[in-house]
Design a protein around this ligand. Structure first.
Ligand code: PMP
Length: 307
């Protein structure tokens, strides 16, 4: 596989489109050492009206909120970064893409106390298919509870999609991948269900849909979208504490995320969920979500930003 650094195309870097291979940074980049940065994961889909970025403004707002939470000063306005994301898709002639904006400090200083650090912003985009495998969108995935906990609320700030928060996600994910599972389930420090390494989780019992609140899970934009679509379909949706054993005996479980979209979970900790395949409500919500992002549903036109 070729390196991500060695590709054709353009990356938006501090206000201009630069050739992909020239978008390098120095090894003494502050964020590389301390993880102080924030990012987004956004998707653009081909729709009947042309390529559209799903909930662009909401993603950009979350990026600005992440920066505010971790105390980084943004050198651009949300409007400028919205436009820049569209520009990246046009410049790279991408009809469907995953977009990665990232905000970081440069090499203006070293040591935790470095003063005069400057905020830099990059936006890259590339073609990315089903994050957890195309077959698994129907079959469902196998997840395993990780021995790594989700962050304690006052240790890492989970409302921020901060680079440093992903040390935990990466360790949890790689632990379960090594053991042959598809994705990790993380519990919060009190032992309640929190989320996946890059997904929010939903559980369905007796037709009621529940998801943990966002004290120790990211305020996912797919989560918000699916909650809305589920309510529109007439389901009761609750945000509440969920225990690990509840997942073992419920009817359906699924993950949501920009990358994962709506991914069914067929097994939790080696126990089949429901019938051991994608459940009917999961299938219905998955279809509602994909219809929305691909512009086949006219329900929320404000969620689609045409490029
Ligand atoms: N939780 C974590 C830890 C994530 O990294 C993500 C992906 N951004 C999500 C949940 C899902 O969020 P979204 O639906 O906004 O992509």
């Amino acid at each position: 596989m070729t390196s991500f650094a060695d590709r054709d195309g353009y990356i938006w870097y501090d206000g201009e489109l630069r050739p992909w291979r020239e978008c390098t940074t120095h090894v003494l980049t502050y964020t590389l050492h301390y993880g102080v940065g924030c990012f987004e994961g956004v998707r653009a889909y081909r729709t009947p009206k042309g390529t559209a970025i799903f909930r662009l403004e909401d993603h950009t707002r979350r990026l600005f909120n992440s920066a505010k939470i971790i105390g980084m000063k943004m050198p651009w306005t949300p409007e400028q970064l919205n436009e820049a994301q569209k520009e990246v898709l046009r410049a790279n002639k991408l009809e469907e893409a995953y977009i990665r904006p990232m905000v970081f400090y440069g090499s203006e200083g070293m040591g935790l106390r470095a003063a005069g650090l400057q905020t830099h912003v990059i936006i890259a985009a590339w073609t990315w298919g089903a994050y957890l495998g195309a077959d698994n969108m129907e079959r469902g995935i196998r997840i395993k509870t990780s021995s790594f906990q989700r962050h304690y609320v006052n240790a890492s700030l989970c409302r921020a999609k901060a680079n440093a928060n992903y040390l935990n996600s990466s360790m949890a994910l790689n632990e379960v991948l090594r053991d042959g599972y598809d994705e990790a389930l993380m519990l919060d420090p009190e032992g309640y269900v929190a989320e996946g390494s890059a997904e929010n989780i939903f559980v369905i019992s007796n037709g009621v849909i529940s998801t943990p609140d966002v004290t120790s899970a990211l305020d996912g934009i797919t989560r918000r979208s699916v909650m809305q679509l589920a309510k529109d379909l007439g389901y009761e949706v609750r945000e509440r504490r969920i225990t690990r054993d509840e997942l073992y005996v419920c009817d359906e479980v699924f993950f949501t995320g920009t990358a994962a979209e709506v991914t069914p979970i067929r097994e939790v900790d080696n126990r089949p969920v429901g019938a051991g395949s994608r459940g009917p409500i999961t299938a219905q919500l998955q279809k509602a979500y994909l219809d929305q992002v691909k512009g086949r549903s006219e329900k929320y036109p404000e969620w689609l930003a045409l490029i």
